[in-house]
Design a protein around this ligand. Structure first.
Ligand SMILES: [Zn+2]
Length: 301
């Protein structure tokens, strides 16, 4: 029998191995006609389930070992009072949990705590509650530590679903600084400060399974590696990286370039690796090949 997700993460972390995740759903669904300006992507679990399934097939064929539910925007459906937001989450879990993929892990995606709506925290808490039956939940693309703290504090302590918290950093053009905003008036936090905070949370939240960096704005690939290194200096938590592409020459990377960083990510301390916005199944396949070539797959003895 396969180990639980948390056992797999801890085993891979201890042995310096990598669990390969999938890539983004939203930018892939755009290829099938999703207009993210007009429609929340999670609603496609109900309206276009075949399109969602095709993306998962592409990622499983690429060698992904964990699939993320198409529920990043579900809390926004809750916020605006959609009557189908919960049904869309349930459909999203079912789509990522096809019987033929029962050897893969299914992680629930809970999205970003941006915006000023007072219901943003309850919306995310309810979304995470609806994702409880996944193998874990990824609270991703976060840019506000204060909001993440509020979400984590509102989660019931008894819950044992592993939670991964992942932040999206920005690099100011022309500088080497990566930062996230702590408050609406923009107090900046470095990766080291984020990791020190997460390390403190881990002491009281036994289900905090990993700390991550995903998506991001104006980051080059080596910025992602640097963030992982900075995280590692402050915490022994397992670490996740899902680099996203910012469409500038400096910040774009092709599958070969991403694969070339696998060794650096592993050396920096990454356990969970995948892709975010703009990466494709080809990026995941290239990382699969490199992980296997280096003998870094967590399932290899
Ligand atoms: Zn992204």
């Amino acid at each position: 029998m396969r180990p639980s997700f948390i056992q797999a993460v801890e085993d891979a972390h201890r042995r310096g191995r990598i669990i390969l995740m999938d890539g983004p759903m939203g930018t892939e669904l755009q290829q099938s006609g999703l207009d993210m300006e007009k429609e929340l992507a999670h609603r496609w679990n109900l309206s276009h389930p075949e399109s969602v399934k095709v993306v998962y097939e592409d990622y499983t064929n690429a060698g992904a070992e964990a699939l993320l539910t198409n529920t990043f925007s579900a809390h926004l459906g809750f916020l605006r009072g959609d009557d189908d937001w919960l049904a869309a989450i349930e459909a999203g879990i079912e789509l990522a949990r096809q019987p033929e993929w029962d050897h893969l892990y299914c992680l629930g995606s809970a999205g970003s705590a941006v915006g000023n709506d007072a219901k943003i925290i309850p919306g995310l808490v309810q979304t995470i509650a609806a994702l409880q039956n996944c193998d874990g939940v990824l609270l991703e693309t976060q840019t506000r530590m204060d909001r993440v703290r509020d979400v984590v504090d509102a989660l019931p302590f008894a819950d044992q679903t592993p939670l991964i918290v992942s932040f999206s950093f920005s690099r100011l053009r022309g500088t080497s600084e990566c930062w996230i905003a702590e408050t609406p008036n923009g107090t900046a936090r470095t990766a080291g400060e984020v990791a020190a905070w997460a390390d403190g949370q881990a002491r009281r939240l036994p289900y905090l399974a990993a700390l991550g960096v995903n998506c991001c704005v104006n980051l080059r690939l080596d910025d992602f590696v640097d963030i992982i290194r900075d995280y590692r200096k402050q915490t022994d938590l397992p670490l996740l990286a899902r680099p996203g592409i910012t469409s500038t020459i400096e910040c774009e990377f092709n599958p070969r370039e991403l694969a070339a960083q696998v060794k650096d990510f592993a050396d920096a301390g990454v356990t969970l690796l995948g892709g975010c916005c703009g990466t494709t199944p080809a990026h995941i396949a290239a990382m699969r090949q490199e992980i296997d070539r280096l003998g870094l797959g967590w399932q290899e003895s």
